[in-house]
Design a binder for this molecule. Structure first.
Ligand SMILES: CC(C)(COP(=O)(O)OP(=O)(O)OC[C@H]1O[C@@H](n2cnc3c(N)ncnc32)[C@H](O)[C@@H]1OP(=O)(O)O)[C@@H](O)C(=O)NCCC(=O)NCCS
Length: 188
């Protein structure tokens, strides 16, 4: 794993019009490597169709607070999102994250983006508990969430079929009282 050079800065921000070509390129490509990791158990054709509809919706609508761009030194490299589990107002939010280019994986960018997203979600909502939903083959997702304090909350054994192999479905959770917000950067 090549660590992120210290000069590189990860931030979360609203979507800008100049992000749209990047989003379209990565989301509309059925061969993109990320598709093998983000819910690969769904039927590829249906995923492609819903992603194309999603890109078109992004192109027509302004940015929203429940969805942000992951910005690496001014470049859009992925997105985070969140949605409330029903009923709205019940205090349970499910989070999502996607970094498009495998060249950016395993360098700590996901962990940094997740830390910002968890902090923002606890700051901006009444969330009592946050979850991530993934599958046992997605070690990067599980490790990055665990590093921030998420714990395994549910494991549905052999529930997901990926390339002919059965994997457990995994849900991770974090309570508000367990979260330690990041402190200010060390003074020099
Ligand atoms: C999941 C994702 C957001 C994680 O972001 P990332 O920047 O790659 O993750 P990080 O580098 O911050 O952390 C990855 C962790 O997994 C660990 N890891 C990676 N491969 C591993 C393996 N085979 N075995 C054990 N640990 C592994 C890394 O060592 C690191 O842990 P550490 O920091 O404790 O060393 C990113 O890889 C991604 O977008 N993937 C494609 C889409 C996706 O899977 N989205 C999630 C859908 S639920």
């Amino acid at each position: 794993m090549s660590p992120l050079p210290p000069a590189q800065t990860v931030t979360l921000r609203g979507r800008r019009p100049r992000d749209l070509p990047v989003l379209r390129r990565w989301l509309a490509d059925p061969q993109a490597e990320w598709r093998k990791w983000d819910a690969p158990y769904f039927h590829a054709a249906a995923t492609t169709a819903s992603l194309l509809a999603y890109v078109e919706q992004l192109e027509r609508t302004p940015t929203r607070s429940d969805e942000r761009v992951i910005d690496l030194d001014g470049e859009c490299v992925g997105m985070v999102n969140r949605s409330q589990e029903e009923p709205a107002g019940g205090g349970w939010w499910d989070l999502g994250i996607l970094i498009y280019d495998p060249a950016h994986w395993n360098r700590g960018i996901g962990t940094q983006a997740l830390r910002l997203w968890v902090t923002a979600t606890f700051d901006e909502t009444d969330a009592h508990v946050l979850t991530f939903t993934t599958w046992a083959g997605n070690t990067r997702m599980i490790r990055a969430a665990q590093r921030l304090g998420f714990q395994e909350a549910a494991r549905i054994r052999e529930a997901r079929l990926v390339d002919g192999v059965r994997y457990d479905s995994v849900r991770l959770d974090l309570l508000r009282r367990e979260w330690t917000p990041p402190g200010p950067p060390p003074s020099r």
